[in-house]
Ligand binder design. Structure first.
Ligand code: ATP
Ligand code: MG
Length: 562
């Protein structure tokens, strides 16, 4: 089911860019390109929203136009200021700038109301006394036409009066709505006299108690686009069936008419991208908040260690297409690997430590070896690492009884401790109770300082290490996919998507890390040599860093799947 980049639709050549280029050529919108990014402030932005933001802001920038940041805040019961603030922060973090063009659909409530009055005057809208359930029932189905409401033929005067009373708060919630008068037999259900306004006696985060009637999405969106002079109103495929209504409203109102264009939303394997479900994960305590590093939210990805550059690169690589597909999460992981490979300094950290004692190294001696910060970046420089008689190495860098093809340390074998010395294993000491290796014993060759031998003797294995006396204990959080299935909504009847959660999506360990990391600041991104990319978490305290694993060095999941 998975696919990666859609090569025929890479940035620059996708069908939306082709439409825009065509419009520019024909002068349809006078050569203007004005887009908008319209989140509803009812949750945090996720990686799917990043696709939409990159498309809208990117398209405008490429064409010398601009993209409006617009909150689609027409439903006061689900929206909160916390969400508004997080969304603004995330869009900025992604690197997009709306300049002065920050708008709220709620800014247009007055104008939208006047537009509704205009529709009533034109005989194109009426106040209906049917309940929501009755409206549903009258609507018909895809195969059966709907029935007209008994209130459909009210006079313009009566409709104007009733709508004014709705606005004045004279009716109860649910008792009346304003509907467009279109066609109850239309094959497109959206055109069967859709509801334009409903009564909601709820405070709005911006307009307070000024309004007790609120426009529906379909009435607010196109008119907001029109008010703002948007040229290309880009939305996801599920709005394709709404386009006829989008067009109908603008035509009926006889106002400036933008072009709605639909594209396929992002579906990402092992991930849910629906705010409703993400809210369930947060509220159900399945994750530790919206910015849990396992969440596909931009705040979660940021805390995980993702860079805005990697996310924008991902959005460019997936391209824009008209048909629904799945994108392999491995593509997103590759984008951050590539970015951090160039940028992140490399350090030594031992995630599953075992002691290695160098028998012929003087007891109290400490020397400093030089280590390169990033071989991919000559300007990154070097740092000094303390080396001493006892170091930690990874437990799986040693095998008492090495299988074929194992070139790391084992009894009698010589390996390199990176940037330090060659060591040869002389034996092991075991914990009597558990039989587990308690320490590895070895001798070193003082002639191999820096990790090279003057006589040209080669070793096949190189281990990273930290000095036992100097290293720091650090909490490390190892993340795996949040869901076990590529499609988390693949469920037996009656199942819930939370049944597909991966019980091992977070594993916390204590690692031994090199002392330079005492200075690490929350948000710092580094590579633990041979392990992966890590980011310093907010939960860190001075001298006690906590690390999130952003991504392993290679796609171990793909290997496990075979
Ligand atoms: P959700 O289904 O997650 O609740 P939504 O569409 O209700 O998303 P909005 O806040 O209305 O969320 O979305 C803002 C913009 O982002 C819209 O233009 C929407 O079409 C787009 N968008 C939302 N989800 C995705 C996605 N998975 N891929 C691409 N664009 C998306
Ligand atoms: Mg929406």
């Amino acid at each position: 089911m998975t696919q990666t980049a859609d090569t025929e639709t890479s940035a620059g050549t996708d069908f939306i860019r082709a439409i825009v280029a065509d419009d520019n050529r024909t002068g349809r919108f006078g050569g203007n390109v004005i887009t908008r990014f319209p989140p509803e402030p009812n949750g945090y932005l996720h990686i799917g929203h990043a696709k939409s933001a990159c498309l809208n802001f990117g398209l405008a920038a490429e064409n010398g136009g601009h993209c409006n940041m617009r909150f689609d805040d027409t439903n006061p019961t689900r929206e909160e200021v916390e969400y508004v603030n997080s969304i603004l922060n995330d869009v900025q973090w992604l690197g997009w700038d709306w300049g002065d063009n920050l708008f709220y659909a709620s800014d247009y409530f007055g104008e939208l109301y006047e537009m509704a009055v205009d529709l009533i005057r034109k005989g194109k809208a009426f106040v209906d006394d049917l309940t929501f359930d009755e409206i549903q029932e009258y609507r018909g189905t895809l195969t059966e036409p709907g029935r007209e409401s008994p209130y459909r033929e009210r006079s313009v005067g009566e409709n104007l009066d009733l709508f004014r009373q709705m606005r004045a708060g004279e009716f109860d919630e649910g008792s009346r709505v304003l509907r467009a008068k279109i066609d109850m037999a239309s094959p497109n259900l959206q055109l069967r006299d859709p509801v334009l306004y409903r009564i909601l006696k709820a405070s709005h985060h911006r307009t307070g108690d000024d309004w007790v009637i609120y426009p529906m999405y379909d009435f607010a969106h196109g008119q907001s686009d029109s008010i703002e002079g948007v040229t290309h109103s880009i939305c996801t495929l599920e709005f394709e069936v709404h386009r006829a209504l989008y067009d109908w409203c603008l035509d009926a109102l006889e106002i400036y008419h933008p072009q709605q264009i639909e594209f396929a939303r992002l579906n990402l394997t092992y991930t849910v991208l629906s705010k409703r479900r993400l809210i369930q994960l947060v509220e159900g305590g399945y994750v530790n908040g919206w910015d849990d590093p396992r969440m596909p939210t931009l705040s979660g990805l940021r805390r995980r260690g993702y860079t805005p550059e990697a996310i924008r690169d991902f959005c460019e690589r997936i391209g824009v297409a008209k048909r629904d597909t799945w994108t392999d999460i491995a593509l997103l992981e590759n984008c951050i690997r590539e970015d951090l490979n160039r940028r992140a300094p490399r350090v030594m950290a031992v995630l599953d430590p075992v002691k290695l004692v160098i028998e012929n190294y003087p007891e109290d001696q400490v020397e400093y070896v030089e280590s390169e910060n990033n071989p991919e970046d000559a300007s990154a420089g070097h740092r000094s690492l303390p080396f001493s008689r006892t170091v930690y190495i990874e437990r799986d860098d040693f095998a008492e009884d090495p299988p074929r093809g194992f070139y790391r340390l084992s009894p009698g074998r010589e390996v390199r401790l990176k940037d330090a010395y060659y060591v040869t294993c002389t034996g092991v000491a075991k914990d009597e109770a558990t039989g587990k290796i308690a320490e590895i014993r070895c001798v070193y060759d003082p002639e191999t300082r820096g990790g090279t031998s003057a006589d040209g003797r080669r070793v096949r294995g190189t281990s990273h290490w930290v000095s036992a006396e100097h290293c720091l204990d650090a909490e490390v959080r190892i993340y795996d996919h949040l869901f076990l299935k590529e499609d988390p909504s693949d469920l037996p009847d009656g199942g819930d998507f939370t049944d597909n959660l991966n019980p091992d999506s977070l594993r916390t360990i204590t690692a031994k890390v090199e002392p330079s990391l005492a200075e690490a600041q929350p948000g710092d991104r580094i590579q633990f040599l041979r392990q992966g990319y890590f980011c310093v978490d907010l939960d860190s305290a001075p001298g006690a860093p906590v690390f999130n694993r952003t991504v392993a060095l290679r796609d171990s999941w793909a290997r496990r799947r075979g």
